[in-house]
Design a protein around this ligand. Structure first.
Ligand SMILES: Cc1ncc(COP(=O)(O)O)c(C=O)c1O
Length: 366
């Protein structure tokens, strides 16, 4: 199979699996237990926290491990103070938009910040009034467009706004520094960086109050109760360590594949690359082809053993055009033709050549 959907998830790195296995078998102690077996698990979690902290340039003590990016995003929004105001960008992941709309239904004023045709908030679209919490992602999961948060941070710093960023897609693909970004909250996920699924983190500024979603045994500095998923956390830490060591090589490799694909698309009449002029993740290309239904094309490519994603979100049995592309001003019929390719460490130039050939056969010679 040719797997071109690394923004959806990545395969578990064998080195990560090797690091995890002892914590599923031999070292099964509860990290809260005081005897040696428990302390071993606690130490392994602390090491993972340090490994993740090193990747994102954050204090390890300000990392809360969660069950994934979705929980981290929900936890960030749950920290909005009662009667507070909320702003999110128009291109956020469902794990931000859904809790934001829930809060809105419960009476929270919600401001949706528009994006330009590159999928970025430009300086004219910054919030007019400082909200209590604002959430803007660093890199978009569909287009790969990278948002420069500096103008937003500059405008809102000093007004008491808590700035949250969903850095799930940026993690391991571009350098990230929590300290330099100037945000107060940042969400991360393990399975986008060759770590296990069901593990993520919320990074927080020590002066920012978190409202826990899960109450109980006081784990994770009393911010997220529940016996820790030790093996998954160890895996996330190992994946972070590898991402830090290999980011430059991975980025170069996927950028070369992306450039090859984009050169191939330039030969496909009518092909449009979304957010082409934006700064983008090195591994991501989202594009549309004329008179094509993205979901249909995805199915046809699946029959050829090529796994890619469409830009559409399924709803009530039908497929809707991607809200991200619609927010960028892309026409609905063009947005429905979108497919997304997201490369990873194991993809090869031959796979890209074959993919372009298959596309041409399916779209232009059908
Ligand atoms: C931008 C973004 N945020 C959040 C998530 C959710 O992360 P998880 O799958 O770990 O819950 C994803 C996953 O697709 C994502 O792409």
């Amino acid at each position: 199979m040719t797997y071109f959907d690394h923004n959806a998830t990545t395969p578990l790195d064998e080195r990560v699996l090797a690091a995890m296995l002892p914590f599923l078998t031999t070292f099964y102690g509860n990290p809260s237990s005081l005897y040696r077996h428990g302390r071993l698990a606690r130490t392994a979690i602390d090491t993972a926290r340090e490994q993740l902290a090193a990747l994102i340039d954050a204090p390890a003590t300000q990392i809360i491990f969660t069950s994934g990016g979705t929980e981290a995003n929900n936890l960030a929004l749950a920290s909005l103070p009662p009667h507070g105001t909320l702003a999110i960008s128009a291109i956020e992941h469902a794990s931000i938009t859904e809790p934001a709309h829930r809060l809105q239904e419960l009476g929270t004023p919600l401001d949706i910040l528009p994006v330009d045709s590159k999928g970025c908030i430009n300086t004219q679209n910054l919030p007019k009034h400082a909200p209590d919490l604002v959430s803007v992602m660093i890199a978009n999961n569909e287009t790969g467009a990278i948002q420069d948060l500096a103008p937003l941070v500059a405008k809102l710093t000093g007004f008491g706004t808590v700035i949250h960023t969903d850095a799930v897609q940026a993690l391991g693909k571009i350098p990230l520094s929590f300290r330099q970004l100037g945000v107060q909250l940042m969400s991360l996920s393990s399975h986008k960086i060759y770590g296990p699924k069901g593990c993520g983190a919320l990074v927080y500024d020590k002066d920012t109050a978190i409202t826990p979603l899960l109450l109980g045994g006081g784990q994770e500095q009393a911010q997220r109760a529940g016996t820790e998923n030790v093996a998954a956390i160890v895996g996330f830490g190992k994946a972070a360590e590898l991402a830090k060591a290999e980011m430059a090589a991975r980025s170069l490799h996927t950028r070369q594949l992306r450039d090859m694909l984009e050169a191939g698309l330039a030969e496909c009449p009518g092909a449009i690359i979304f957010a082409q002029d934006a700064q983008r993740l090195p591994n991501t290309v989202q594009f549309g082809l004329p008179d094509t239904d993205g979901e249909m094309l995805l199915m046809k490519l699946d029959k050829k053993a090529i796994a890619i994603s469409s830009g559409s979100a399924c709803a009530s049995g039908g497929s809707l055009p991607s809200p991200v592309l619609l927010a960028m001003g892309v026409a609905a019929d063009v947005a429905k033709s979108a497919i997304r390719v997201s490369f990873g460490a194991h993809n090869t130039p031959d796979q890209v050549y074959d993919f372009i050939k298959q596309l041409q056969a399916l779209v232009y010679q059908a």
